[in-house]
Design a protein around this ligand. Structure first.
Ligand code: LRH
Ligand code: MN
Ligand code: MN
Length: 381
């Protein structure tokens, strides 16, 4: 029964999706955006309320810095959600101009590692088991710094954080091909992230942000490979047309999302071990509705992936039936899973049409009236 699997699905939304965001050209402020992390959690709770499958929220530190994290976690629980991944931020400080953990200056490296350790303290206070590490580190010009020495510095910093992780905690290392460094990124690809994680041990895994690859990259291959090695820790889902666009998951290329989800299912990664997270910002569209739509898109791709007739596929593959095998996959992709998901939602006690139900709820009008002077998502905050 694919419904049993779909009922178990959990998709984590990012706190930064609820605040104002934009590009480096312009931040378009929206009415009703949260003024603090407490209000971001309230908005995230709406996404869970209407989808039934988004029970946790990722925090980004220091964007979500509060005096008392246990209190924030309590607030989340009262709203019917929990705090999930803690995302470290060592990219928004003047000191990090030449890098954070790979900076040639040992004092800057120490400062960056201190922040990462502080994030583990926050995990302890909240009861979170996952730390997400993305480094903006890299260089802009050939010769600017020693590529190899930077790998040594990275390995050293990761080792310190790894040692600090408690029982049941892990970190996910995120790679990105480009930006903000343009000549060379210190963790540019899954291979680099994988090599560091393998050396460190089982508490270090790779996270695949779908926006962080060169155009045309076969992301599902990466997923299949990492899962086979037990090193796929999770996803930062979003869509891209050109660069790290952070558009709604499944919007630009729903077929790619389906192919990724199929490899997750095929590789036995459809468990709690692999975290399905969104890493998005909504620059021009309403934010809570944008998150609801994204969660639904991931859910639809998952339903289609679960529908693939794996026996028929394996038989066609064994016979070398190229067109037959392809047709099995395409049949699942072409299936309209919306009626199935609508009845599943009813059964789960949520509205069959989450977008319409959220619209009707009047929540957006309420926050527009109640909140004045909302915060930026983090960029430029
Ligand atoms: C970097 C990234 C990373 C950050 C987030 C805000 O591009 O994907 O995950 O934490 O954006
Ligand atoms: Mn990301
Ligand atoms: Mn990104």
């Amino acid at each position: 029964m694919i419904e049993d699997d779909l009922r178990k699905q959990r998709i984590e939304t990012p706190s930064w999706a609820y605040g104002n965001s934009g590009t480096r050209f312009k931040v378009f402020a929206q009415p009703g955006v949260p003024r603090d992390p407490y209000e971001k959690l309230a908005d995230a709770a709406q996404v869970h309320r209407f989808t039934g499958i988004a029970p946790t929220v990722a925090l980004h530190i220091p964007w979500d810095r509060v005096p008392d994290y246990a209190d924030l976690a309590r607030h989340a629980r009262e709203l019917g959600v929990g705090i999930g991944t803690i995302n470290a931020n060592v990219f928004q400080d003047d000191d990090y101009k030449l890098g954070s953990v790979t900076n040639p200056d040992p004092a800057v490296r120490r400062k960056a590692v201190e922040h990462l350790l502080e994030c583990v303290d926050i995990m302890d206070a909240i009861g979170s088991d996952t730390l997400k590490l993305w480094f903006s580190d890299g260089t802009n010009y050939p010769g600017q710094d020693d590529i190899r020495a930077r790998q040594d510095r990275l390995a050293e910093a990761l080792g310190v954080v790894y040692e600090r992780l408690g029982e049941g905690q892990r970190f996910l290392l995120e790679y990105k091909l480009f930006e903000p460094a343009f000549y060379m990124t210190d963790v540019p690809d899954w291979g680099t992230a994988y090599a560091h994680c393998v050396k460190l041990g089982p508490k270090a895994q790779v996270v695949v942000d779908t926006g962080h690859h060169a155009p045309g990259t076969n992301i599902e291959f990466i997923v299949a490979f990492l899962l086979r090695e037990g090193k796929l820790g999770g996803f930062d889902f979003n869509s891209r047309f050109y660069a790290d666009d952070d558009l709604m998951a499944g919007a630009a290329d729903p077929f790619q999302l389906f192919r990724i989800m199929f490899e997750v299912v095929r590789g036995g990664g459809y468990t709690d071990e692999v975290a399905f997270m969104l890493d998005q910002s909504h620059n021009i569209e309403p934010k809570i509705a944008g998150q609801i739509r994204s969660v639904m898109n991931v859910q639809e791709a998952t339903a289609k992936a679960l529908l693939v007739d794996r026996e028929a596929l394996a038989a066609a593959q064994a016979e070398g039936d190229v067109l037959g095998a392809n047709a099995v996959l395409m049949d699942a992709y072409a299936t309209d899973v919306r009626p199935l998901l609508a009845s599943l939602r009813t059964e789960m006690g949520v509205d069959p049409d989450p977008m319409a139900a959220y619209d009707r709820s009047g929540y957006f009008a309420r926050i527009c009236a109640d909140r004045v002077g909302g915060a930026q998502a983090g960029w430029g905050a």
